[in-house]
Design a protein around this ligand. Sequence first.
Ligand code: ADP
Ligand code: MG
Length: 588
Amino acid sequence: MAQIRILDRDTREKIAAGEVIERPLSVVKELVENSIDAGSTSITVELQDGGVREMKITDNGCGMAPGDMGLAVQRFATSKIADFDDLEKLATLGFRGEALPSIAAVSRMEITSRPEGEECAFRLVIEGGEAGEIREAPGDRGTHISVTKLFFNTPARKKFLKNPVQETAQISHLLSKIALSRRDIHFRLKSNGKNVFSFPAAMGVRDCLATLWTVEDQDDIREMTCQEGSLSIRGYLCHPRIVRGNRQEETVFVNGRLIKSSLILQALQDGYHPLVPPRRYPLALLFLTLPGGELDVNVHPTKTEIRFEKANSIFRMVRDAVAAATRQFRIPSYEALVTEVKEQGRERSFQIGLPYDSVTGEVIDEAGESGGPWNPPEAPRELKSPSPWKAPPAPEKASGFLPLAQLYGTYIVGEKNGALVIIDQHAGHERIVYEELDGKESATHSMAQGMLFSPVYEFSPSESLFLSEHLDELSRMGLSMEHFGGTSFRVLSMPPFIKEREVEPFVRTVLSELMEGRKSQDSDIPERLRKIMACRGSVQAGDRLTPEEMSALEKNLMETCDPFHCPHGRPTMIRLERDDLEKLFKRK
Ligand code: ADP
Ligand code: MG
């Protein structure tokens, strides 16, 4: 191994700068945050070639006195906190004192600033971390910073710059979000001399959103507010008819800071469920306010990742508030939706609203970052009274469904109103059972079937510990058990849809799936139990069904809130109209 040495200042600066400044976007973000912290009421960002050539940020804030200017560009120089304890009551966006020196280390930066009470402005030029002298210069009150030659001395970084159009798009996206959170500030963005947007301080959040989301009907944006204990949430949600193919329009602010939080995004997604199809994302803007002591913002140098102390209750509150708010949207029935889609000449009825990037105008096709699987439903929707699925004596005419065959023991094939219908029997039944369980814990409990004989099962020590902690929840879902000495438990009753011979595998699967999920973020046991039970309690692929059972399944399925998706978001049925068939056979 080579000898250990302390790195020289230049190298250290470049390494540190690399953590904060990745691309033009990070420069703009840091400088705009500084302008906000300086109390500005007007902030203008001007880009040349996406910031690769030049970025200019002009504000009308408090400005810097010449002495402070020299300090500001040194590492760990900040006017915003005095010591670590101040972090808890942080009221500004910046606090690390890293931005200016980091930018200065990898570019040519020219700061012109004039504080209140000064006759003229002062200018400081730093290139590659080398500061020149501070000189008098003309300038209005506030600060004007120009950054050129970005990454001139770090060629590796420079190679990773995207083309100017993409860099502009990223910046525009970020700046518009910041603008949403500060409607007391006039934000302007110009690119190569042209106006990209201008959001005057008088323009409300809704109007800005309508522009950014290109929503014409104001009714398509719902406002929500919610307060519980020390946490308050304000949000703007877009109608689920309008969706994107990535998460770019899911915006979350915590205490005024734009953050990334998979926890909140998951809660948002669950709240919207099942109104948004798999791999599509709603448009939403959330502002969370909570005491600074309940979060840790000091996790990442770019300060976008945060940790919550009360993660679980925040998750639940966001999810439930979103679910309640989305219920107010007028959601067209499936039939109406199909007609609407057909009228528009589109084929895939559920993929309404092409994912569209409002900034670049490029249509984005696939799920962006961390698309992830569509998570099963969380929030109870409007429900019908519980009706355990039983095969009726004969197919009912009213439903109009005529079962024709069962294919591969997996799909129900039938005819309905002149259309060919194919139902995935497991997915369809899963939806039915899920909704019967959904929000109906007590009903399920009362429907639970007592056991003719109560089987006793042996469990591992950790399983038995987990069981004894969750006996109540299990029993509320119809699975009641009691401790039977040591690590044994006796089963007293089962949910209605479980056959006697399936009791043991059912209990063991439920237990192991619950315990496995325990490590995950979603610790909502009743909800997970519901999904597991819906899955385990449904007819499986391979189960033979009589024509009566097939019609009953179709009928019950059509009565659910979302007949076309199973709780995991997969489709439950396919419909081919006569028209579709004729097209397939090229008769048309
Ligand atoms: P931080 O924002 O974490 O304090 P920065 O390196 O971004 O660190 O800025 C250092 C200091 O420079 C700030 O604390 C502030 O006092 C001053 N400053 C930076 N930008 C501006 C501005 N636009 N207007 C007034 N003061 C500024
Ligand atoms: Mg700063």
